[in-house]
Design a protein around this ligand. Sequence first.
Ligand SMILES: Nc1nc2c(c(=O)[nH]1)N[C@H]1C(S)=C(S)[C@@H](COP(=O)(O)O)O[C@H]1N2
Ligand SMILES: [Mo]
Length: 177
Amino acid sequence: MNLLRAGLISAVMLLGLAIWQGALQQTRALEPLPAPTGSVILTVGGKIAIHNTANNEAAFDLAMLEALPRSSFKTTTIWTDGVQEFVGVSVTDLLSRLGSDATQINAIATNDYEIRFPVSDASEHGGIVAYRANGKPLPPGNKGPLWIIFPFDSDPLLQSERFQGESIWNLATMTLH
Ligand SMILES: Nc1nc2c(c(=O)[nH]1)N[C@H]1C(S)=C(S)[C@@H](COP(=O)(O)O)O[C@H]1N2
Ligand SMILES: [Mo]
């Protein structure tokens, strides 16, 4: 009897905790995005629920990107010498911060290079929007300030024209579909 009661109480408490955590995540996801104070290095538009510009886009300065959950990995790339440590925000975390359920990303670089790819390519293969490499900001003159990059060394599938093409450097704009 006592055991049953204790069990019931624990179950109710666990349920309460689960609901509370769910609500907490919901609030976090819908948290308004502050306006950038530094220079804008990334603009995200299209299928997003949260924006901070007059034309329904989300504009980020570097500090705002650095404030998002941080992802990092070490890998070689065909464009660099030796193992690099990349730090950035995962495409998954970026989209979830914007309340986006998009399935396609259109990414445009400052040099007008443009690539469209499925969100799943990034979410299932560890794609990040990198803003640092080897402890330093990525210079605009060398792939920066933002570079969508994959942990190439972790999976031979990534060592392909497909994922190389999705590794867009000088990233400036993303439109989500
Ligand atoms: N900003 C930018 N990113 C880019 C490209 C580009 O021209 N500009 N080319 C893409 C493509 S199609 C591939 S295959 C690789 C090409 O790298 P490479 O020019 O060093 O061969 O980078 C990708 N990222
Ligand atoms: Mo390519």
